[in-house]
Design a protein around this ligand. Structure first.
Ligand SMILES: Cc1cc2nc3c(=O)[nH]c(=O)nc-3n(C[C@H](O)[C@H](O)[C@H](O)COP(=O)(O)OP(=O)(O)OC[C@H]3O[C@@H](n4cnc5c(N)ncnc54)[C@H](O)[C@@H]3O)c2cc1C
Length: 403
């Protein structure tokens, strides 16, 4: 794999790297935030992470790590625990309403080089980003004032602190982005689908595999995790923008239940399990599109900056590689944050653009159009999607530094 050549940090005359004790605040202890925290702290910067949840957030789908993202995880020293949580699933069965298999989807089309539950990955990365990192759990940023020399930050807890740089790695609904760049509606594009995920015991008795029920406008997927003990169930449905309270889980579960009513197979059993679940996650399937991901001393990373959406299957890979690129640029430019951020943005542009395109192309493949009937995507289109996914990984590999 061709890699970007690592840029060396500024040096004293005797070529010893100058100590870099800049204070960096990262908002969000998710995938991008923890990778960035690890890499910056390792280089000696003083890193604080603020996370509004009280601890690591579990739940969500399984995520795929591809190409250079696996190398970054390895460089953080956690490839073994990551591999230990792999789903290890084989081909997935596309089924009909009776549960009969009508097609097989090869594992390569579904999973990356490593596939594991998102919550497990987040917990492992958080564990690797402890040395030299201060965590403020259960808090969030409420105001950011960039003075040109530093950033004055006010927290919900009432605390006020000053940092040299602030990174928003706080996901699709980024607070940092709203505070420093403008309202979410300026940057988040809804792709016309919603997703809901939860984990349940493997009462279907699946053995290292998954099932996918595609009906017009509705897709139900489930697959085994945790050595076949559990199932992750994912609901996907086409819909224009819905209005609901993001804190009201029961209301979100009702939206899912209504969307899947009367669809047969095991749907009633899975809806019951969803109502009993403790890690339900629901969100629109959306992308983030920004002209500029940085402003002064504030920069965005991961989904906050460039979410490609679940339909791409490369969101975690882009978040990890993007964080590694940003870390390298910050470290190699101790005196000029804006120049570092501009280079970061330029370097990740190709993978981000291709990742967005991949998601849009994959939509009809994953959630069939309403009224499509017994709709199938042609082999030629499947091949095009597969080739585009390879292009995203190649672009990410090119951008990613050796860490
Ligand atoms: C619990 C959970 C479940 C998910 N499940 C799915 C899924 O099923 N399908 C899917 O497509 N994507 C899902 N995602 C998003 C997915 O993890 C990302 O698309 C991808 O991994 C990129 O990671 P990220 O670090 O940029 O964002 P995320 O992994 O979303 O991490 C963002 C972090 O920021 C924190 N945060 C958010 N707002 C604030 C705030 N105001 N202040 C401080 N911290 C804040 C969040 O709690 C989270 O820890 C999920 C995210 C979470 C947090």
């Amino acid at each position: 794999m061709t890699r970007h050549e690592f840029t060396t940090p500024a040096t004293h005359g005797d070529s010893t790297p100058a100590p870099d004790d800049r204070r960096v605040l990262i908002s969000g202890a998710g995938i991008a935030g923890t990778v960035l925290a690890h890499l910056l702290a390792r280089a000696g910067l003083r890193v604080t992470v603020v996370e509004y949840a009280p601890g690591v957030r579990t739940g969500g789908n399984a995520v795929d790590l591809r190409g250079a993202a696996v190398d970054v995880v390895a460089a953080m020293g956690v490839l073994d625990p990551v591999r230990a949580q792999q789903t290890g699933n084989g081909a997935m069965h596309r089924i009909d309403r009776e549960g009969d298999t009508i097609a097989m989807l090869p594992a390569e089309a579904i999973a990356g080089d490593v596939e594991l539950p998102r919550g497990d990955l987040n917990a492992i990365l958080l564990g690797a980003a402890q040395d030299g990192v201060e965590y403020l759990f259960g808090d969030t940023v409420t105001a950011l004032a960039d003075t040109g020399d530093d950033v004055r930050v006010t927290f919900d807890s009432g605390a006020r602190r000053t940092f040299d740089l602030v990174v928003g790695a706080d996901g699709l609904h980024s607070r940092t982005r709203s505070l420093a760049f403008g309202p979410e509606t300026d940057f988040v594009r809804h792709l016309g689908c919603y997703q809901g995920h939860f984990t349940m015991p493997n009462t279907l008795g699946l053995d290292r595999t998954g099932l996918l029920l595609n009906l017009p406008g509705r897709t139900l997927g489930c697959y085994t995790v945790h050595d076949n003990r559990d199932l992750v169930v994912g609901w996907f449905f086409r819909s224009e923008s819905l209005t609901y309270d993001r804190r009201d889980i029961a209301a979100q579960q009702r939206l899912v239940a209504e969307a899947f009513t009367g669809l047969g197979w095991k749907v009633p059993e899975l809806v019951d399990a969803m109502h009993r679940s403790t890690d339900f996650y629901f969100d629109p399937i959306s992308q983030v599109v920004m002209d500029g991901m940085h402003r002064g001393r504030i920069v965005l990373a991961g989904d906050a900056a460039h979410a490609p959406s679940l339909l791409s299957g490369v969101g975690a890979t882009l978040a990890i590689v993007g964080a590694a690129v940003l870390a390298e640029e910050i470290i190699s430019s101790p005196d000029d944050a804006e120049a570092a951020f501009a280079r970061y943005e330029k370097r990740i542009n190709e993978m981000v653009t291709l990742g967005r395109e991949l998601a849009v192309r994959s939509k009809d493949w994953f959630v069939f159009a309403e009224g499509a009937g017994d709709h199938r995507i042609s082999q030629a289109e499947e091949d095009r999607v597969h080739a585009l996914r390879e292009d995203v990984v190649t672009a990410a590999n090119r951008a990613c530094p050796q860490v």
